[in-house]
Design a protein around this ligand. Structure first.
Ligand SMILES: Nc1ncnc2c1ncn2[C@@H]1O[C@H](COP(=O)(O)OP(=O)(O)OP(=O)(O)O)[C@@H](O)[C@H]1O
Ligand SMILES: [Mg+2]
Length: 260
């Protein structure tokens, strides 16, 4: 299963990705977590120790690697370079593992054709396609905020997309934009996940304003999310209620989305 996690800035995408990673692991799956944020923080949310995180550089910033694979310096426009560079060794070579979860920092993700034609985007696009189509583990893509990066070419390789929303009008309006983009690129399994929900009223607001998409879970607003952040541990390990919600989200996805 390959799942992209999207939504407005700050709604809780990284928190949900971390919970899903450990929930999948507990359910017996192998997990590859991808941080597509140019300012990576999924590793911290997963409770990776700082020595391990220090070993990671986002692929988008690995100039030498990009040069080696495409034959052109990142930052150059025009000229000749390989549009289909070799990338199959990258996930294992440039990721780190902790507590059974493999983490790769991409620094960005190219899901489609709309990006610039430059060595970096060619590398990221090839890598994203490779990971989505060739890797056999569960892949969770923690996307950066916004919608611009959702392109056509390989989006159909994502099996499901989760749009995280807070009980606010603005985050639901971003969800609506994401939905319409996702439908343009024919992404079929789209779900809403509520986040930072404090009350029945919050739940009702999300359900009522969800842009015609099923709501498959609500993560409650929980002090332990901040506590986990301060202590450098995964929230999954200290908040069993949130862990349980993540498991039930996975059960829904696994029941509804056909295996790739
Ligand atoms: N369920 C929750 N309960 C309490 N606080 C939460 C919850 N989920 C997220 N937060 C808090 O909200 C903030 C943003 O969370 P997170 O980093 O997961 O969001 P994000 O969507 O990944 O943000 P960004 O767009 O910056 O990547 C963090 O400070 C986090 O502690
Ligand atoms: Mg994030």
């Amino acid at each position: 299963m390959k799942i992209a996690i999207t939504g407005k800035g700050g709604v809780g995408k990284t928190t949900l990705t971390s919970l899903l990673a450990y929930a999948y692991l507990d359910m017996g799956f192998k997990v590859l977590a991808i941080d597509a944020d140019p300012a990576p923080c999924l590793g911290a949310a997963l409770g990776f120790p700082s020595e391990k995180l220090a070993q990671l550089t986002p692929i988008a910033r690995m100039d030498e690697l990009i040069f080696e694979r495409t034959g052109a310096q990142p930052g150059t426009v025009g000229g000749f370079f390989k549009l289909n560079p070799r990338v199959d060794d990258i996930p294992d070579r440039f990721s780190v593992e902790h507590a059974g979860i493999r983490l790769l920092e991409m620094g960005a993700v190219e899901l489609g054709g709309s990006g610039c034609i430059c060595p970096e985007s060619a590398t990221l696009r090839a890598l994203t396609t490779h990971i989505l189509l060739q890797r056999d583990e569960v892949v969770l893509l923690d996307m950066y905020a916004g919608v611009e990066h959702l392109g056509r070419a390989t989006a159909d390789a994502v099996d499901a997309m989760l749009i995280v929303v807070e009980p606010t009008a603005r985050s639901l309006s971003t969800a609506e934009q994401i939905k319409s983009l996702a439908e343009d690129i024919k992404l079929s399994h789209l779900y809403i996940v509520g986040s930072k929900v404090q009350s029945e009223e919050d739940r009702a607001f999300i359900t009522e304003h969800a842009p015609g998409l099923p709501v498959i879970g609500h993560l409650t607003d929980d002090e332990r999310v901040r506590q986990a952040d301060r202590e450098g541990v995964a929230v999954y390990s200290i908040a069993p209620e949130l862990a349980q919600i993540a498991k039930s989200i996975i059960e829904t996805i696994e029941n509804e989305v056909p295996a790739p």
